[in-house]
Structures are given as C-alpha cells and as structure tokens.
Design a protein around this ligand. Sequence first.
Ligand SMILES: [Zn+2]
Length: 292
Amino acid sequence: MHISRLLLILFLLLLVFTKCEDQKEDQPVPETEEGSWVIYSPLKWTHDGYPITGTFCKVYSDGASYSLKQQCLEFSDRMFIDVLNQFSFDKYDDLQFPPENKSRINVYIDTDHGVNVAYAYWGTIFIAIKTPSLDTSRYDYLFKHELTHEFEFLIEGQCNLGTDVWFREAIAIYCGGGFDYIQTVEDIENWIQENEHYPGKGNPIMIHVWDDFPEGADITGYYCKVFDITMKYLLDPVGLNKSIQDVLSLFYDVRNGSSFGDAFENNFGLSLEIFEEEYYDRITAYLEALNS
Ligand SMILES: [Zn+2]
C-alpha cells in the first residue's frame, strides 16, 4: 500500500505505545466532567469539561473547538466500526470497558502537548492534533492503529495487554492498513543486515515487552517493517494461512487467563520458540512464494 511521505513522517514522529504500567504508581482519581483525568491512565490529562458522545466514542479535549471535536467524534466512531468490521465483530455487549467509561471509548484530542504522541490504554486513546480541523486522510492509519489496540484492550478487559509487543503492534499495523517496506527477499535481507549487530539480528519475535527493543534500535519506528510483514505472513493464505478470527480467538484466550505463548500456540498451531527460531527462514520462503 502506498502511503504519503507526509504520513510516513508523521508516523515516525509519533511514539506509539500501549503501556500503562505507570498506572499502579498513580493515585487514581475518578473522572469528572469538570476537568480531571481517568483511572487506568498512564497520563494525567485535563479537559475543558465539554466532552461529546457518539456511538462508540466520547471525545474530550483540552482546547479543541466544538467543530474539531465533532469531526474527531464522527471520524473515530467510523474508524472503530472499520476495525470491528475487520474482525467481523458485532457482540458489542462483550466489550469490557473500564467501569467509569460507561461503554464509550474516551478519545482525548490533545492540542497543547509539547510533542506529537499517540497512545492507547484501556478505555482511552490519546492523540495530539495541532490543526484547527482534522485532515482525515492523514489520520486514517493512526486512528485505526490506536483503535485496534483499544479493541484488544476491550476484549481482554484489563489495564495491561496480555499479548507480546510484536504481536499487538503487528495486528495494529495490519488493521491500520499496513505498509509495503518489505516485499522481497532482498528487503528482508537488508533488514537483517541493518540489524546484524543486535541480538537476533532484528528478529521481531524476541520483542516480548517494550524493554526488549535493543538499545539503539529503531524504536521510534518500533520495527514497523518487520511487524508489518509478520502479521501478513501469519494471515496470508500464501503464508501461515491463519485468519483474523484466530487473532480474535487469541485475544479471548488471553481474556480467559492464557499466557500469550499458550494462546499463540493454541490459535496459530506454532510455538513461539519455533516461530522465533525459524522466523527468517519462514519469512524468506513466504516472500519467495509471493514473488514467484
Ligand atoms: Zn501501536
């Protein structure tokens, strides 16, 4: 898929992550409409007291105009429906929101943050928008990426996602629309070469938690090239030939107490250890088959 240079730059500028371990250290304060922050949040954010509510989302902001909030509400509802459709998901009552959310995803539009960031955590996505109106063509990928993380949170129903970082990022990239950085055997060989000084030579399956990114590695881009090709491999009939329903089933296994390793093996028929060991052989064979 072609993406504009602008979107690429935006993407690289954004530090996108989904951790909320900090939450335990915070003193949770209940959300109020007057301006406060939500429980389960790694970020304390204040809002103007005028959130607006849609079908799935509720938009808050520190200073966005009513029309920008309206635009973001319509867009985030539409993007979340797109994510639900990708998973063929219509059991809305089965989504597990944090108690204070009242069945809506908080979408926090940050207009006054020092740097461009996007986060997802249980019940909330947080996106910096500095323009007076939303250029939806630039934000399509980003909203879908963060709302895919949110969908996983709402299936698993807990503060910390139970999947490995490589898997949660790969499915968010996939549902966001994916990239086309790695398309040939030469592309994957270049990736290995770029990462040959790191343990595993950039093998993404080694990235179980955020701290597993090798020091000095492309963390801002957070391995998006290999995460992207990994989910394509898992779901492509030419690759492992599993389906997005297997991803959903994995999320449910995690909800029901499975470790990620067990849930992965249960739904993908492959142990994490073997996948890590055979990773480059499998991706190379996949790319050869794709291009034959
Ligand atoms: Zn992400």
